[in-house]
Design a protein around this ligand. Structure first.
Ligand SMILES: [Zn+2]
Length: 231
C-alpha cells in the first residue's frame, strides 16, 4: 500500500500519527511524508533567524523519521504561518504530489478543526489551509484530467485516492493500535528538540494523548483519525 502524509510543519505528523507510520513501515508499506513548510517561525529565541530554524527543523525531522523506520520525506518551501496567502500554487503543488506519489491513503489535517461546533480549538491557520487544500486536491483536482493539463503533458496521470485520514480532528472514527510502536514514537518526537527539548514529561504527555485516543475504542495506546472515503 502507498501512503502519503501531507502536513504543514515538521513534527505535526510525528505527534499525531508517528506510531501509525512506524506500524505501516513495519508492515512493509511505502510511506512518504510531505511537509509544506520548514516550520521556520517555530522558535522562541529571538536571536534565531528563520533560515537557521529551517535548517535545524529539517535536521530534526530527518532524525525523527529515521527513528520511525524511514518514511521518505519531501520538504516544500512554502512560508511558515503564511499558507493562507499562498494562493493557487498551494493546491497545484498538492495535486502534483498526489499524481506523482499515487497513494491509496492520504493523511492530512482536519480542515474543520476550530470551526463552530467543533470542540478542538485547533486554530493554527496553516493546519486548516493544508487540510482544506489536500482534501480539495484529493477529491476533485488529482482525479480530474482537465485540472492542470500541463501536469498530464509532463506524464502525471490523474489519480484518485481511496481514503483520507484526518489528524487533529474531534470527529474521530478510525483507530490504530500503537502499542507496539509507542516507544519509537516517543523517541521520534524527542528528536524535535527545538520544540520539545524543555518539556518536563514528554513521554507522559504522549502517553496521555495515546490513552485518550484509544479509550473510546477499547485500545490501550492508540492514534485516532477522522476517515473520509472519496468516491
Ligand atoms: Zn503544525
Amino acid at each position: 500500500m502507498k501512503i502519503l502524509l501531507m502536513t504543514a510543519h515538521p513534527d505535526d505528523a510525528d505527534i499525531m500519527a508517528g506510531g501509525t507510520v512506524a506500524r505501516w513501515l513495519d508492515e512493509g508499506h511505502d510511506v512518504c511524508s510531505t511537509i509544506f513548510t520548514h516550520g521556520e517561525k517555530g522558535h522562541e529565541d529571538p536571536r534565531m533567524t528563520p533560515e537557521r530554524v529551517a535548517t535545524l527543523r529539517e535536521t530534526e525531522q530527518r532524525a525523527a523519521a529515521a527513528v520511525l523506520g524511514g518514511p521518505r520525506l519531501i520538504f516544500l518551501d512554502f512560508v511558515d504561518g503564511e499558507l493562507s496567502w499562498a494562493g493557487p500554487t498551494l493546491v497545484e503543488a498538492a495535486t502534483r504530489l498526489i499524481r506523482q506519489e499515487r497513494p491509496e491513503v492520504i493523511v492530512t489535517h482536519d480542515p474543520f478543526a476550530g470551526a463552530p461546533g467543533y470542540r478542538v480549538p485547533q486554530l493554527h491557520p496553516d493546519h486548516r489551509v493544508v487540510g482544506a487544500t489536500v482534501v480539495d486536491a484529493s477529491y476533485f483536482r488529482a482525479p480530474g484530467p482537465l485540472y492542470y493539463p500541463d501536469q498530464g503533458t509532463a506524464g502525471l496521470a490523474p489519480h484518485r485516492v481511496r481514503e483520507i485520514l484526518l489528524i487533529m480532528s474531534d470527529h474521530l472514527d478510525h483507530v490504530v493500535d500503537i502499542s507496539s510502536t509507542f516507544d519509537r514514537k516517543v523517541r521520534a518526537v524527542r528528536e524535535h528538540a527545538s520544540q520539545f527539548g524543555r518539556h518536563p514529561d514528554l513521554e507522559g504527555f504522549l502517553r496521555g494523548l495515546a490513552t485518550r485516543a484509544g479509550a473510546a475504542f477499547g485500545v490501550p495506546l492508540a492514534e485516532s483519525f477522522k476517515r473520509l472515503a472519496p468516491s
